[in-house]
Design a protein around this ligand. Structure first.
Ligand code: ATP
Ligand code: MG
Length: 575
């Protein structure tokens, strides 16, 4: 392509609403344009990147025996009612009615549709395992669509579903996908880590891993062990309770005045104790149930663990001040377990009963109890792992101190088991004619999010630095002065030669100043730039610049195309 012909509107200014660098650069480099919140158009260069990622995904899915299908975006409500998700999915599901007032949704995921297909077509164990996938738009009315392609309301996902006859078969399919994902993100040139993850709203009982592209801007926090292979999303990471750090109290618990102290910090400072000697008591509303959740004062409640252990709830949330006043007769800052109403379920984190003594709210304005012994003075109904892990805590596998990193979830592999096959009756007959539900797995890759994640991980102040395998084009040829015949003609000839050798090249044939051309080339992130100027041409040479390292070498005109072809082949692993 010639740059003069490409619809590639680059911008010098950072778009005001773009908070993260990938969003800024995708817009500035002219790769995407916004249509509505979380909904984007891909311009030609953006689409090329997307297609390259899709192609890598497709090849690796096919290599594992995946068969590509294309499922409908519009899905009938009846199927979602059969699985029980029509109500459970909540506001994220984009719903619509047809002219006959029949209900539909725009698919946020395709378990229902695929299970419906399989129940109609699969009869025998001989047809299993079956791995079906598609690459397609998904729709989720995210509460906060943001960060450009990172969290869209319309986005592109690869979703594969596996159907096996038993758990052993599922384990094999899962391993195939885990390995395929590892190959995919490696081939995309990304630095990533698979981590143990929470099963979330999809449900299911088996294991699940998320594939995280490591980047400071990642929304997800992960912990990993430097000494073994343990790595987990903090939402999921198990916590080992720390033993009591202080001695048991000499006296019985009693109420003290703590005027105006509403936060853990304020109470700790006022009483001159460590935050770890306090108990944090929070009232949670789970649909129509209230819970009092207790964790040590220096810990954070993990709402996902709370929801998994006590729910699942459609809406688990911290109860508001009115609900707290009604139930406990005080402001949220003075809530505590001692004397809590009998019908309120008190659930404590593993560490709470191990505390030798504790300060807690007294359910009265400006008052706290001191010297309480949780194991004897609190009415605790359940003790569970409910808190967030922290860096430095012992690895649950080997005990070494855990380290923390941030990541962008680009994919997830998930053992569903028989949740959907049972609900929708997707069964097969075994050798003896006995009927069994298919054992399922589902495996998603955020193709458009991967594009954004690649930028988060590979950029500098000048723009994007595409890894070669997913770059929109491999090389840009920049004649610095289109009015100089020799420069223009050499540029044209090199461009044609590169195309002949199968190198994806563009020619910046615009009548612009070299500075403008260089800026655009850096912004768009072409991995290689060839600069054709009269000075070096006097020696029969052109400049070859590596976008990533900034390294420049002078190359003989007649050697250039071959040299570049070799570099690209090497980067793509082509023999
Ligand atoms: P998240 O926790 O980030 O909302 P998820 O766990 O709900 O994602 P999955 O259902 O596992 O997402 O979907 C599979 C993949 O699709 C994710 O790993 C992610 O890469 C991508 N994805 C999910 N939601 C979005 C979105 N709103 N925009 C872009 N990509 C998304
Ligand atoms: Mg996920």
């Amino acid at each position: 392509m010639r740059v003069s012909q490409i619809l590639n509107p680059t911008l010098r200014e950072v778009p005001a609403e773009a908070e993260v660098v990938s969003h800024q650069l995708l817009v500035r480099a002219g790769l995407i344009r916004k249509s509505a919140a979380g909904i984007y158009t891909y311009l030609p260069l953006g689409l090329r990147v997307l297609r390259k990622i899709e192609q890598i995904v497709r090849e690796e899915m096919d290599a594992k025996g995946g068969q590509e299908v294309l499922l409908p975006i519009i899905q009938p409500a009846e199927l979602w009612r059969e699985s029980g998700r029509w109500d459970l999915y909540g506001q994220e599901l984009m719903r619509l009615n047809d002219r006959h007032n029949r209900e539909f949704c725009l698919g946020p995921t395709h378990e229902e549709i695929i299970t419906d297909l399989v129940r109609g077509e699969i009869r025998s164990y001989k047809q299993l395992p079956l791995l079906l996938y598609q690459i397609q738009n998904k729709y989720r009315d995210e509460r906060r669509p943001r960060f450009g392609l990172m969290r869209g309301r319309e986005f592109i996902m690869k979703d594969l579903y596996s159907f096996d006859r038993d758990e052993a078969g599922l384990a094999e399919s899962y391993k195939k996908m885990y390995d395929a994902y590892t190959r995919i993100f490696t081939r995309c040139g990304l630095s990533f880590r698979p981590v143990e993850a929470d099963a979330g709203a999809i449900g299911g009982t088996g294991g699940t891993h998320e594939f995280m592209v490591l980047a400071e801007s990642g929304e997800a926090a992960v912990v990993y062990c430097p000494d073994c292979d343990y790595a987990a999303n903090v939402e999921k990471a198990e916590c080992k309770p720390a033993p009591a750090a202080v001695d048991a109290p000499a006296e019985a618990y009693r109420s003290v005045d703590t005027p105006g102290t509403k936060t853990i910090e304020q109470v700790a400072e006022f009483l001159g104790v460590a935050k770890s000697e306090l108990v944090k008591s929070l009232l949670y509303q789970g649909d129509d149930k209230l819970f009092l959740i207790l964790v040590r004062g220096d810990r954070e409640i993990n709402e996902i663990k709370v929801n998994n252990a006590l729910g699942p709830f459609i809406n688990l949330q911290l109860a508001g001040p009115e609900a707290v006043l009604e139930k406990l007769g005080c402001e949220p800052g003075y809530v505590g377990p001692i004397g809590a109403p009998k019908d309120l379920t008190v659930v404590a984190d593993l560490e709470v009963p191990l505390m030798a003594k504790a300060v807690c709210g007294a359910n009265a304005e400006d008052k706290h109890y001191v010297d309480a012994v949780p194991a004897q003075d609190f009415r605790i109904d359940q003790v569970l792992d409910l808190r967030m892990v922290e860096a430095g805590e012992p690895c649950p596998k080997c005990g070494s101190p855990l380290q923390e990193a941030r990541g962008i979830e680009v994919g997830q592999v998930f053992k569903l088991g028989t949740k959907y096959s049972k609900a929708l009756n997707a069964v097969f007959l075994d050798e003896n004619g006995a009927e069994h539900p298919c054992v399922m797995g589902c495996y998603g890759i955020g193709v458009s999010r991967t594009m954004a994640a690649a930028i988060e991980q590979n950029n500098d102040k000048d723009g994007i630095i595409w890894p070669i395998p997913i770059a929109p084009y491999h090389v840009i040829v920049v004649p610095v002065n289109m009015k100089d015949d020799q420069v223009r003609e050499t540029g044209e000839a090199l461009y044609q030669e590169l195309l002949k050798l199968g190198v994806e090249a563009v020619l910046d044939d615009r009548d612009e100043r070299p500075g403008v051309k260089f800026k655009d080339a850096d912004l768009v992130g072409y991995p290689l730039r060839v600069t054709v100027g009269s000075k070096t041409l006097a020696n029969g040479e052109v400049e070859l610049r590596d976008r990533k390292t900034g390294e420049v070498q002078l190359v003989k005109v007649e050697e250039l195309a071959g040299r570049i072809q070799g570099m690209i082949r090497e980067a793509l692993g082509v023999k």
